[in-house]
Write a protein that binds this ligand. Sequence first.
Ligand SMILES: N[C@@H](CCC(=O)N[C@@H](CS)C(=O)NCC(=O)O)C(=O)O
Length: 362
Amino acid sequence: MSGYILFGSEMSYFTGKARAYLRWKRIEFTEIAPTPDRMKAELLPAIGWPVIPVLKTPDGEYIQDTADIIGHFEARESTPKALPETPLQRMVSYLIQLFADEWLTLPAMHYRWNHNEEWIYSEFGKNAAPDGSPEEQYKAGKAIGQRFRSFVPMLGITPETAPGVEAAYEQFLADFSRHLKSLPYLLGTRASFADFAMIGPLYAHQYRDKSTGEHMKKTAPNVARYVERVIAGEGQDGAFVPNDDLPQTLLPILKVALDEHLPVLIASLERYAEWAQTAEPKSDVPRGFGSVPFTTGGSSGMISARSFSLYRLQDALDAYQMMLPSDRKRADAFLSHIGAEVVQSLRIDPRLTRRNYRLALA
Ligand SMILES: N[C@@H](CCC(=O)N[C@@H](CS)C(=O)NCC(=O)O)C(=O)O
């Protein structure tokens, strides 16, 4: 199979996730930078809004959203499968995706924009104006980068919350380093869906951004080597931990992730349900519903209540609700061990879907 085009960039969170998966899956593809001209001429008409990564298939179909890109191959290709087939590991894979896609955005955006700002403008510029002088590249990069920079306060990153964001990240690096001492990947000795999701925040921002990457290599070299393995597409062989068990070293990471994220998800869910009461059936869903309180690493602030986070949560809830009673019992024991029993009763109602590359009521 050949002829796939991945529109994306080295600096992009979600491109890293798609790229790691495609390499691991041994899909032949060419990666093309979304210059402003290409965005205007091809991607905007195809997708309807400016977002990457986008995968173009040899048949000319455009796929946006990393989970859909992975799903495209999972549905039609043989092994290896990215998602575990067993119920608890599958649910946990979706919980890790929720954490990686929607919560680790906090350290990613904080460190990029508060510790690497000038550097990243030049990096953006290399894509936007590949033939320009360094000054022209900086200018072009700044024009693009400022759009992303404007997301920072919405993500709850302020001078008041920055110490907590950093404390939570340091804790994550310590916990993940401990995990990686016993296993090379999140769920065993092979890479999977959860690892590709983790590459979103960990590659472009936390590993590749200059000062943040230096920090990771120095303080958490096991994590840096993990990022190198996953982005290279390694970990095809090997196995998940047996009997649908979870590695014990994963539990502290999941506990902190859900302790911090669940209150935001629940508050967002309330806002969403309120909005949905008067929304037209099947209508598009707004990206956010105002701001809700959050706490990370001991600092508190306000963060946008994002609808897309609920869409990622929905996959984990579906995996839970589809379990047979005996599997559900094991899932309940896991949830209660990490203090996240509330997951058992959460429902995304009405359900969310995606239509025309946007989030919509199912
Ligand atoms: N859920 C999407 C997220 C894609 C995304 O947020 N991409 C970023 C770049 S890494 C972007 O283009 N954002 C523009 C925006 O959100 O307006 C996915 O998994 O593909």
